[in-house]
Ligand binder design. Structure first.
Ligand SMILES: [Mg+2]
Length: 150
């Protein structure tokens, strides 16, 4: 199983992303407008090209249940194969939460899409580091596919 560990802020949106929020506050539709569909479609391309599934590492997972997050990403234009989320560990870095998830069997390959650099060497080699002013860029789609297929 190939896995994409997915952050939202700085990957699926940018610092200056200014959504036109015309839906009910805190509805899935309203939240989805905080994601940029163009950037969401790039992650979809990575998943389609590799058959990878998605594990959410975004802090959004601490605020909304998984079914809502699926709905939000769907509203942003992608019926993502989300299979879970990393555990929430009190005051532990995201690296640690990803390591805990990886202890499950069956992961053959993974990539981390995040705008915060991993501190762990092993994880950093599998990270596509996004710039929060640009989100996941076109050329980084190929980088992510290479990491997953490599
Ligand atoms: Mg982020």
């Amino acid at each position: 199983m190939k896995v994409i560990f997915l952050d939202f802020d700085g990957v699926l949106n940018t610092d200056d992303w200014d959504p036109v929020c015309n839906a009910d506050t805190f509805s899935a539709e309203w939240l989805a407008q905080h994601l940029n569909p163009r950037l969401v479609s790039r992650v979809a391309t990575v998943a389609d090209a590799t058959g990878a599934v998605v594990v959410l590492s975004t802090s959004w997972r601490t605020a909304f249940p998984l079914c809502d997050l699926e709905q939000i990403v769907s509203w942003a234009g992608w019926n993502a194969p989300i299979i879970g989320a990393t555990p929430q560990m009190n005051r532990q870095p995201r690296d640690y939460e990803i390591h805990v998830w990886l202890k499950r069997s069956g992961v053959t390959s993974y990539v981390i899409l995040d705008d915060d650099e991993m501190t762990d060497d092993e994880l950093r080699r599998r990270q596509v580091l996004c710039d929060s002013t640009r989100g996941l860029e076109e050329w980084q789609v190929d980088e992510a596919v290479e990491i997953l297929n490599g």
